[in-house]
Ligand binder design. Structure first.
Ligand code: NI
Length: 135
């Protein structure tokens, strides 16, 4: 088994706010992340696909193909957009790093043509990241 990683960077805004809670509860839970107009991050996304090396191509997955899938399914929709309002696959989700990571996994899982999706890792800052492996 070998692991292939595609790294992508995107810039996006989000606001952490749970409509089921009061404004006071949201401020207490999310502090400045609940600011009404949101705030931005330069997110880093790492998509890992694992599998056996194909005898003919020498690849698990052609990284040009993986790049196109990640761009078409994720990056085009999130880069320079507001994650609370503009992204179809994040509708109704509080866009924490955890929830974005799971949503990205769900978007990509059935689109990988060779090998299989192993993990999605999302860095919200240099020091904070989350990783999802599908369970
Ligand atoms: Ni944030």
């Amino acid at each position: 088994m070998i692991y292939v990683t595609r790294r992508e960077v995107f810039s996006a805004a989000h606001r952490l706010y749970n409509d089921a809670l009061t404004a006071e509860e949201n401020n207490s839970l999310y502090d400045k992340c609940a600011n009404p107009y949101g705030h931005g991050h330069n997110f880093v996304l790492e998509i890992v696909v694992c599998g056996e090396v194909d005898k003919k191509s020498g690849y698990v997955i052609d990284l040009k193909i993986l790049k196109k899938i990640v761009h078409d399914s994720i990056i085009k929709k999130v880069d320079h957009h507001h994650l609370n309002h503009e992204v179809d696959f994040l509708q109704g989700i509080i866009p924490t790093a955890e929830n974005i990571c799971i949503a990205v996994w769900n978007e990509l899982q059935n689109k990988i043509p060779t090998g299989k999706l192993f993990s999605v890792k999302l860095y919200e800052t240099e020091n904070n990241s989350v990783e999802y492996k599908g369970e």
